[in-house]
Design a protein around this ligand. Structure first.
Ligand SMILES: [Zn+2]
Length: 182
């Protein structure tokens, strides 16, 4: 892990060439667009909620010998939200695990986006990695935040068991939050 890389102004070609890694442990207060989604954005607990992430650079060559730049990103945090079933607070676990390929320009990204399985980003020597972390965590927000089992309401959650099962398939965070509880 090199300390010479700056997550807010990342030199992507060098980062991928060196196969470098960056790790961040930030406070949620650093992520202004994300924190306003919280139930209580001003409370000290929310402001100090850890946002942990790590990014690895990787460089490969394509068939014609051109350098291909990759970024792997994992990020985790949790956000106090309102459970849409019982209307009490719930900690929504947010988790990101993404792989990106860098292309030379916005135009190239547009042109290749439909074909590419991975997400595309525009190559930069001043790349804002924290902005990407925030974008991805925002996209990881649950559409309908809710407890797996609402506190003090076992009877109700048994009643809509079918609904619950459908929801679990659609929501990968349900798995995470159940792991967390253990
Ligand atoms: Zn609930």
């Amino acid at each position: 892990m090199s300390q010479t890389f700056n997550a807010d102004h990342l030199d992507v070609p060098r980062f991928t060439r060196e196969g470098a890694e960056l790790v961040g442990n930030d406070a949620l207060s650093k992520y202004e667009r994300l924190i306003i989604e919280a139930l209580d954005p001003k409370s000290p607990d929310t402001l100090n909620t850890p946002v942990s992430w790590q990014a690895q650079g990787e460089m490969t060559e394509d068939a014609s010998g051109h350098q291909v730049h990759w970024l792997n990103l994992q990020a985790h945090t949790h956000l106090p939200m309102t459970c849409q079933r019982c209307l009490t607070p719930v900690q929504a676990a947010l988790s990101v695990d993404q792989r990106y390929r860098f292309v030379a320009s916005e135009d190239q990204a547009m042109a290749e986006d439909d074909e590419a399985e991975e997400d595309l980003l525009v190559l930069s020597r001043e790349f804002n990695l924290r902005e990407l972390v925030e974008d991805e965590l925002l996209m990881a927000l649950p559409l309908v935040p809710r407890h797996e089992v609402c506190p003090g309401d076992v009877r109700m959650s048994a009643q809509d068991e079918d609904f619950e099962q459908d929801d679990k398939k659609a929501n990968p965070f349900a798995v995470l939050s159940s792991l967390k509880k253990k």
